[in-house]
Design a protein around this ligand. Structure first.
Ligand code: GRF
Length: 197
């Protein structure tokens, strides 16, 4: 299976995914695409020999369709079987998503369906949640709403700040996403629940 990964920033989830696709793994990375040339993950992808592309969203201003046509042109070249969003911070239209539905995954830093959208760690703390975590789901036109493929949970600790909690969740993201991608590439859609190692 050929896997393309979309990033916007440091790409730590992309690195975990790329580094997991070795040996008898049924998938290989064929493209890492960023929506900004400044994305730190691009260098990490290049260091791993993964082809990269940059489609900066800013020149397109509010024209989402034109931006997505540029994304699609890169994907046609790379011809992936699976598209992984990994810290990708642009909302994609229903039109784009429908093209890839069933072959497109995203990782979200909350236990969906709780806390769709942004600032998930601060919201979990605000709510006094004792547990928090991350979710890998299939992407559908509704934001952070598709079928859940895997979740990992962390305990919220006394005195946790959003940053401390985010760091603990990110560690679990790096375990969960590769585990879910491998199963997804093998055609296994069964929900995976990861407990702390
Ligand atoms: C992190 O906040 C992570 O929780 C979310 O995207 C952000 C950046 O992740 N999934 P990455 O390091 O770029 O993968």
């Amino acid at each position: 299976k050929r896997v393309a990964i979309f990033i916007s920033g440091g790409g730590s989830n992309m690195v975990s995914l790329v580094d997991s696709m070795t040996g008898d793994h049924p998938a290989r990375p064929v493209l890492v695409l960023a929506n900004s040339a400044d994305a730190g993950g691009l260098e990490k992808a290049r260091a791993r020999g993964v082809p990269t592309a940059v489609i900066d969203h800013r020149p397109f201003k509010g024209d989402r369709e034109a931006f997505e046509e540029a994304l699609q042109a890169e994907l046609v070249k790379a011809a992936p079987d699976i598209l992984c969003l990994a810290g990708f911070m642009r909302v994609l239209t229903a039109g784009f998503v429908e093209n890839w539905q069933g072959r497109m995954l995203n990782i979200h830093p909350s236990l969906l369906p709780k806390y769709r959208g942004l600032h998930t760690h601060a919201r979990a703390l605000e709510a006094g949640d004792r547990e928090h975590g991350c979710t890998v789901h299939e992407v559908t036109p509704e934001l952070d709403d598709g079928p859940i493929l895997g979740q990992a949970t962390v305990r919220v600790l006394p005195g946790d700040t959003p940053d401390a909690l985010a760091a603990r969740v990110l560690e679990q993201e790096h375990r969960l996403y590769p585990a879910v991608l491998r199963r997804f590439a093998e055609g296994n859609r069964e929900m995976l629940r990861l407990t702390r190692d």
